[in-house]
Ligand binder design. Structure first.
Ligand SMILES: Cc1ncc(COP(=O)(O)O)c(C=O)c1O
Length: 473
């Protein structure tokens, strides 16, 4: 590609990007299509010969963009989904220009320093100790995996060499924990059945007395309590576990405290959420997801370790071909000593770029607006006789259901149908949760474009979907 061709291709790509953002608010969030229709549209023989970039960029605009779920739409409230930002798109592109492999300092000198700086900034956002270390990983699941692997190594260092033998390490999570925690426990050999789900109170936060009881039972049974995982924003309800009280229990029993802040960690940017983080410095490890509430594009999680030596014990691995021959001190630093990956993309560039471009003040204001929108819709729901709020709105997640006055049928089945109808109509998008066995419509405000007017429109859209379902009988 000549320089001139590169400029022309970038101009086309920039036009596709600008058009995407222009058309976004008017697009259905979920395309009205099928797998078969998309295969008919997209399937082609393996290309033997190359082609021009211009028609390919056109195909992306025409066939792929509109036939996708529009995660950046201001009324997309499903799961825990970042909308991405135009600055993030530019960061991704420039990181790909460099195509750094951020394994260690000698492989990527400036990217390594940028990652250290970005991680230090995240520590400051959280109020985490300056001596902590951390790194970017692919997402929250991998950050939880890394935290648990460090916990396992501290409690059972011999397991790295010999496996777990018959030892039963126990991990304590609230019943609202994300499934990635059990998955990590399974993968590192602790085993799913050694993950104890501790009851939550009416506010869906971990019941600390129940945690204490569970640890006591396990000790009496001869098991080895290893780690408590606290939610800094549970995925279904946004509930924030009481970190201080949990930390006190963990310390008393010598357990590792891992905080899953994949959803709620960046709520620390908002002054009204700060008190939740008062005891965050007591966590031994923290999982965060810049690709959630830092509005960055997919593929960027972060794990922090209070004691870097614990991470090194879990992850460092000697291999002759990666030995830092000729380098010492800071220049001998390697990320593979702190996490599971060897080859790693330059994830930090986007974190660095966004924090510098937007600044923490504007980001904090955006997070605050998201929280305010969720609380606003919570109030709208509470004031509506046909809607029922199912959990307190702690951060930016809200759970509710349609409960028409006088309706005597199955509310779970009714709301499931309403969810499908809402998604099909394409104007607003919610996902679902199960709260104490009851089906809930669940939304998460995670988009800086979302305003209170969007929340009002969501309520109208839910009512429209409910009317359609009830009319069908
Ligand atoms: C609380 C929590 N933990 C972990 C995860 C997993 O994060 P990821 O999807 O980035 O792997 C999520 C995802 O929504 C989450 O909400």
């Amino acid at each position: 590609m000549t320089e001139e061709q590169l400029r022309a291709a970038c101009a086309l790509a920039a036009e596709a990007m600008a058009e995407y953002y222009r058309l976004l608010p008017g697009r259905p969030i979920m395309p009205a299509t099928t797998s078969r229709a998309l295969r008919d549209l997209l399937e082609e023989p393996l290309p033997r010969e190359g082609s021009e970039l211009a028609p390919l960029i056109d195909a992306i605009r025409r066939d792929i963009f509109p036939n996708s779920r529009q995660n950046a739409h201001p009324r997309f409230f499903g799961y825990v989904q970042s909308p991405g930002t135009p600055a993030g798109v530019i960061g991704e592109m420039l990181a790909a220009v460099l195509n750094a492999n951020v394994t260690c300092w000698r492989s990527a000198p400036a990217p390594t320093e940028v990652e250290r700086i970005a991680v230090n900034w995240i520590k400051q956002i959280l109020g985490y100790p300056p001596a902590a270390e951390g790194l970017f990983v692919s997402g929250g699941s991998m950050a939880n995996f890394a935290g648990l692997a460090a916990a396992r190594t501290v409690k059972a260092p011999e397991a790295l060499q010999h496996g777990m033998g018959g030892q039963r390490l126990r991990v304590y999570v609230s019943e609202e924990a994300h499934f990635s925690v059990s998955k990590a426990a399974a993968l590192i050999g602790i085993g799913r059945e050694n993950v104890r789900r501790v009851a939550t109170g009416a506010d869906f936060r971990m019941d600390v007395a129940a945690l204490e009881r569970a640890i006591g039972e396990d000790l009496r049974a001869g098991h080895t309590p290893c780690c408590v995982v606290a939610n800094a924003g549970a995925v279904s309800t946004g509930a924030f576990d009481p970190l201080g009280a949990i930390a006190a229990v963990a310390r008393r029993h010598g357990l590792w405290l891992h905080v899953d802040g994949a959803y709620g960690g960046f709520a620390a940017l908002a002054p009204e959420a700060r008190p939740f983080f008062d005891a965050i410095a007591e966590a031994d490890s923290v999982a965060l997801d810049p690709h959630k509430w830092l509005y960055l594009p997919m593929g960027c999680g972060c794990v922090l370790y209070r004691d870097p030596a614990a991470a090194r014990a879990a992850f460092s691995h000697f291999a002759e071909y990666t030995r830092p021959v000729g380098w010492r001190d800071d220049e001998a630093f390697a990320f593979w000593d702190y996490g599971p990956e060897l080859s790693r993309p330059f994830r930090a560039l986007n974190v660095w770029l966004l924090l510098k471009y937007a600044g923490t003040r504007a980001l904090g204001e955006a997070v605050s607006r998201n929280i305010a929108c969720a609380r606003y819709v919570g109030r709208l729901i509470e004031a509506s006789p046909d809607l029922e709020l199912m959990a307190p709105v702690e951060l930016s997640i809200f759970c509710f259901r349609v409960a028409p006055p006088g309706f005597t049928g199955d509310l779970d089945a009714l709301n499931e149908r309403i969810l499908v109808e809402l998604q099909r109509q394409g104007s607003s998008y919610l996902s679902n949760a199960s709260l104490r066995g009851r089906f809930a419509l669940r939304g998460c405000v995670l988009n800086y474009r979302t305003s209170e007017a969007e929340m009002e429109r969501l309520v109208e859209d839910v009512r429209r979907a409910a009317r359609a379902v009830l009319a069908e009988g």
